[in-house]
Design a protein around this ligand. Structure first.
Ligand code: PRP
Ligand code: URA
Length: 242
């Protein structure tokens, strides 16, 4: 992951010839089986372009972030187990389908992770949601754990861990440690994330190879303050306060 150059790709439907399509920077590839990057569709890249733009106001930032969050949740749900289910349709025919198996819950890493709760609720009615308050020190970038409140039976659930930004990986690693101490097996944790740095994704995937990460984009890297670049700035500030 030491290569800093960002890949570029022609984007758009096939009614335009390849040479006439616009090019855009797309996600870096990852070499870990447990990291799943969303397909780099024109739609996703347009949504990311909106939220990355420093001119985007807070209302638009929330709106377009929510759309990406919805894509992440929908993809995340594909990683949950299903069992076969045959049903009968209103016209009396059988359909051989599936249904989800097992209990789930969301866990948000506060503050920014809370922005992803509604997207999860929109897809999973009355889903239980736990909270872990971890804050990154602005000088050292080291995470500090302040608080956790989790469903009592969390060890029996699949956990969708929510945080839009994975920079050094310190906060997400700390959150997974908290979940493990509560008895949640690594392979029942899905981490949903908007933008990751290559360093953070590597760090996380190597430490917890059984935790699945579903992310919209692996970015170029980190700057001297451990902000993701090109990134989108401080997600929590842009979603909640700016
Ligand atoms: C941000 C972000 C992650 C963390 C990522 O939160 O939401 O939790 O930083 O950085 P890391 O991978 O280097 O740990 P922050 O602590 O700034 O708090 P916030 O949610 O209140 O914005
Ligand atoms: N937290 C953010 O919100 N953005 C970054 O780039 C890094 C940490």
């Amino acid at each position: 992951m030491s290569d800093k150059s960002a890949p570029s790709q022609c984007l758009g439907p096939n009614y335009r010839a390849e040479g006439e399509k616009p090019t855009a920077t797309v996600s870096k590839k990852v070499r870990h089986d447990n990291v799943h990057v969303l397909p780099q569709t024109p739609q996703l890249i347009a949504l990311l372009t909106m939220i990355r733009d420093h001119r985007t106001n807070r209302a638009d930032f929330i709106f377009y972030s929510n759309r990406i969050i919805r894509l992440l949740v929908e993809e995340g749900l594909n990683h949950l187990p299903v069992i076969q289910q045959e049903i009968t349709t209103p016209v009396g025919r059988h359909y051989n389908g599936v249904k989800f198996e097992g209990k789930i819950c969301g866990v948000s890493i506060m503050r920014a992770g809370e922005s992803m709760e509604q997207g999860l609720r929109d897809c999973c009615r009355s889903v239980r949601i736990g909270k872990i308050l971890i804050q990154r020190d602005e000088e050292t970038s080291q995470p500090r754990l302040f608080y956790e409140k989790l469903p009592e039976d969390i060890k029996d659930r699949w956990v969708l861990l929510l945080d839009p930004m994975l920079a050094t990986g310190g906060s997400a690693l700390m959150a997974v440690e908290v979940l493990r101490q509560k008895g949640v097996p690594e392979d029942r944790i899905l981490f949903l994330n908007l933008i990751a740095s290559p360093e953070g994704a590597d760090n996380f995937a190597e430490k917890f190879p059984k935790v699945r990460i579903v992310t919209a984009f692996i970015d170029e890297g980190l700057d001297e303050k451990n902000y993701i670049v090109p990134g989108l700035g401080d997600f929590g500030d842009r979603f909640y306060t700016l």
